[in-house]
Ligand binder design. Structure first.
Ligand code: DOR
Ligand code: ZN
Length: 461
């Protein structure tokens, strides 16, 4: 892997690939597009940040300076919302910044992302969470919502000041120690109790740490043969079951990050059947990849939770199709070359995801007929926005609604090359793979943030 824009970021502060392909304008007219991939192609006019008209007469309302997006052969969806992104700022700007991560998000079709708290310093105070929100707004490509830590320093011992973060400028709506499990049941119980009072969401990285000491790969025949320390399914499932019960007793909601096993899908079904308020996400990589990828010992495949077996992948796809798993979240996790191009067990876990998520969902869910485009909108936009209570995102494409939109070419293919992605880091597990479908434009509150593989230039946001 070669660091692509790291040098630029350090020397000039300009980590975002910019281009002159995105002209300015006060209105956007999307022509001949199929909304949700349904019906006849039509025109969609966006003015003042909202959807102003849909239909054959929409063009009549566009002024001369309207930006035109040619939607022929394309599908229009609500902008994607990612509940699980690691942007590494503050602290590891050598791997990702809010600037470069926002570019990756816009290019991937996202209009809102939730930036996890495992930064340095940890986002366990309003000083950090407010900074993340402000910096995201300054960059202006995507709404970067800060996730607050549940516990001080992610240490799992003392609750962070959730109320202060929730009432700050960054208005934290989601709390998570992601990267770590809130493993102490009493701390988790208190966090859930507070979350109800504050009307915020607690998202759990479900991993019983006593069961994953030294674990680097899914516990099964592949890890055994390769001599890698196994990570049992029960490490995840025992926490999912426990937290469902804690949520029930607290009368609270709990969200499960990156569900990875067939057993978790069964537990979610059971918990719902009991009326427990539990939601869950699955990552694109757990929908596509399984632990047979580890045969090469290439650490690009190391991730927490680990890639599981083909039967788990199948159950996750079915769970997402049936709504047992609510949504797709990327767990976009950039890492430096020295932390990935090394011995498998020494590598950091995590993989890039923002720019490839849609293509993986198309390949694993849409093409096999498990979801249609409405279904894709549901799992990538509507449900994530609902889960976290964003009222301006994941909205139906209707007149009067906020214009957070993504235009997708469903029939194209593209080949992934890490150094060509907008992220500073290059650790994509899809290197050299040819994937279906591509985002061709993203619109945030009526402004085009990305178009034809380029983000809107800085001076024009
Ligand atoms: O693989 C992972 N990487 N899983 C996590 O939970 C954290 C993430 C990271 O921060 O790199
Ligand atoms: Zn996690």
């Amino acid at each position: 892997m070669s660091g692509n824009r790291t040098g630029d970021a350090v020397l000039t502060g300009d980590a975002v690939p910019t281009g002159d392909a995105v002209p300015a304008g006060s209105a956007v007219l999307i022509r001949d597009v199929r909304v949700y991939g349904e019906g006849e192609p039509t025109d969609v006019l966006v003015t003042g940040g909202i959807v102003a008209a849909i239909g054959p007469d929409a063009a009549a309302g566009a002024g001369e300076d309207a930006e035109i997006l040619d939607g022929a052969g394309q599908v229009l969806l609500p902008g994607f919302v990612d509940l699980h992104t690691h942007l590494r700022e503050p602290g590891r700007e050598d791997t990702e910044t809010i600037d470069s991560g926002s570019a990756a998000a816009a290019l991937g079709g996202y209009t809102a992302v939730f930036a996890m708290a495992n930064t340095s310093p940890v986002a366990d105070s309003a000083v950090v969470t407010d900074h993340v929100w402000r910096r995201g707004q300054e960059v202006g490509l995507v709404d970067v919502h800060p996730v607050g830590a549940v516990t001080v320093g992610l240490a799992g011992e003392q609750l962070a000041e959730m109320a202060t973060m929730a009432s700050g400028v960054g208005r934290v709506r989601m709390f998570s120690d992601d990267g770590h499990c809130v493993h102490d049941p009493l701390i988790m119980r208190r966090a859930l109790e507070y979350s109800s009072a504050l009307d915020v969401l607690v998202a759990q990285h479900a991993e019983e740490p006593r069961l994953t000491v030294g674990s680097v790969a899914h516990e099964g025949p592949t890890a055994a043969r390769l001599g890698l320390t196994g990570w049992p399914r029960a490490a995840e499932e025992s926490i999912v079951a426990r937290d469902a019960l804690l949520a029930r007793d607290a009368g609270a909601r709990v969200h499960i990050c990156h569900a990875s096993t067939a057993g978790t899908v069964e537990l979610l079904k059971w918990a719902r059947s009991q009326g427990i308020s539990i939601t869950a996400e699955v990552t694109p990589h757990h929908l596509l990849l399984d632990d047979s990828r580890l045969e090469t010992y290439d650490a690009v495949n190391r991730v927490n939770p680990p890639l599981r077996e083909a039967s788990d992948v199948e159950a996750l796809r079915r769970g997402l199709a049936e709504g047992v798993i609510d949504c797709v979240a990327t767990d976009h996790a950039p890492h430096a070359e020295q932390d990935k191009c090394c011995e498998f067990a020494a590598a950091r876990p995590g993989m890039l995801g923002l720019e490839t998520a849609l293509s993986i969902v198309v390949s694993t869910m849409l093409r096999p007929g498990l979801l249609d485009w409405r279904g894709v909108a549901k799992v990538m936009s509507e449900r994530p926005a609902e889960i976290v209570g964003l009222d301006d995102q994941g909205r139906p494409i209707e007149v009067g609604e906020p214009a957070n939109l993504v235009l997708v070419d469903p029939d194209t293919e593209w080949t992934v090359h890490g150094p060509e992605l907008a992220s500073v880091a290059n650790n994509t597990p899809y290197e050299s793979m040819t994937l279906p479908a591509k985002v061709t434009a993203t619109v945030l509150r009526g402004r085009i943030t990305a178009r034809d593989g380029k983000v809107r230039p800085k001076g024009d946001r």
